[in-house]
Design a protein around this ligand. Structure first.
Ligand code: BDR
Ligand code: CA
Length: 313
């Protein structure tokens, strides 16, 4: 099994991502770290703790991370996931048997990497602030990171602005540090792909019928579904972050093509945009594996099979 750490800002699709990790025997979820993003740090931490309790994994340490971006003030949180981040249902989830780890996110990440006897996969599915701080503070631990699988960026346009995707836009300087400046093997799962493997309302209804845990998980989706209906006219939702975890669980599931990238940190209309250099002749010091194609039906079936087995042991 691969040791796995999820850095997250739950978030409805983050909830599905945590559930997929908990339901996957190929990975050993050794830690979760929280970051501001979809909602405030206070709320993302509460949500992470309660979701792990729902999943029967409140043994996993939760390190509390950054409450704001590295350099510049944060323009605003997301409204897509409801005021509490889980469509108003956060407080209906089980109460965890323990609170956050006494160590902050960066210290917990340091300790987990330091103690690991195998390369650790880290899956950042929120703003990249904690990971940027980790790499800046503890560069010597980089070899312990087998791989980063990052959900973020839009190759052909964004969701929070015309050109920027929410996670990268929320802390562009941190994203630049992690995605451009640090030499850690990284797979980037952009919103181009995650939007294409959206799940339908019917898919969710079917999932809810599989177990009480799955029903509770699906019960967290109404505000998020409403956002997709209102802005995109969909009868369904993207499970962005769960797609990144799927790649961490089954390396190679999404494929990936190496491209050099940059992140726009200017204060113009493109702030937070991912700039992907698709010129083939460029000899770049660093490339990211960017996943643009996948067997979408296969991926949805994989998610359903795993999430449908939740709580059924
Ligand atoms: C990303 O933004 C958040 O709202 C989601 O949880 C996901 O991590 C998608 O752009
Ligand atoms: Ca997220």
């Amino acid at each position: 099994t691969t040791p796995l750490i999820i850095d997250t800002d739950p978030g409805v699709d983050d909830a599905f991502a945590l559930a997929l990790a908990a339901a996957s025997p190929e990975v050993d979820l050794i830690g979760v770290t929280t970051v501001f993003g979809n909602v405030s740090l206070e709320n993302t931490t509460r949500n992470a703790l309660r979701l792990l309790a729902l999943l029967g994994r409140d043994d996993v340490p939760v390190g509390v991370g950054a409450s704001r971006p590295l350099v510049h003030p944060h323009p605003h949180l997301s409204s897509a996931h409801g005021a509490d981040g889980l469509s108003g249902y956060a407080d209906t989830l089980p109460w965890p048997t323990r609170g956050p780890d006494p160590r902050d996110a960066v210290t917990l990440l340091r300790d987990l990497l330091d103690q690991a006897d195998r390369p650790v996969t880290i899956v950042p599915i929120g703003p990249l602030t904690n990971i940027a701080l980790l790499l800046a503070a503890h560069p010597g631990l980089k070899p312990k990171i087998g791989r980063l699988v990052v959900m973020g960026g839009g190759v052909n346009g964004g969701n929070i602005t015309a050109t920027a995707e929410f996670n990268v836009w929320s802390d562009p300087e941190a994203a630049r540090r992690v995605l451009v400046e640090e030499d850690v093997p990284t797979t980037l799962v952009p919103m181009d792909l995650t939007r294409r493997c959206a799940v339908s309302s019917q898919w969710l209804t079917d999932l809810a019928g599989t177990s009480p845990v799955a029903r509770t998980l699906v019960g967290l989706t109404p505000d998020y579904l409403a956002t997709y209906r209102r802005f995109l006219g969909w009868d369904g939702m993207a499970v962005h972050d769960a797609v990144a975890v799927a790649e961490a669980v089954r390396p190679g599931l999404l494929g990936g093509t190496p491209f050099p990238v940059d992140v726009d940190c200017s204060y113009g209309p493109n702030r937070g945009a991912l700039v992907v250099d698709r010129r083939r002749e460029v000899d770049a010091p660093k490339t990211l594996d960017i996943t643009m194609e996948a067997d979408l039906d296969g991926l949805r079936a994989f998610l359903f099979e795993r999430l449908g087995a939740l709580g059924v042991r």
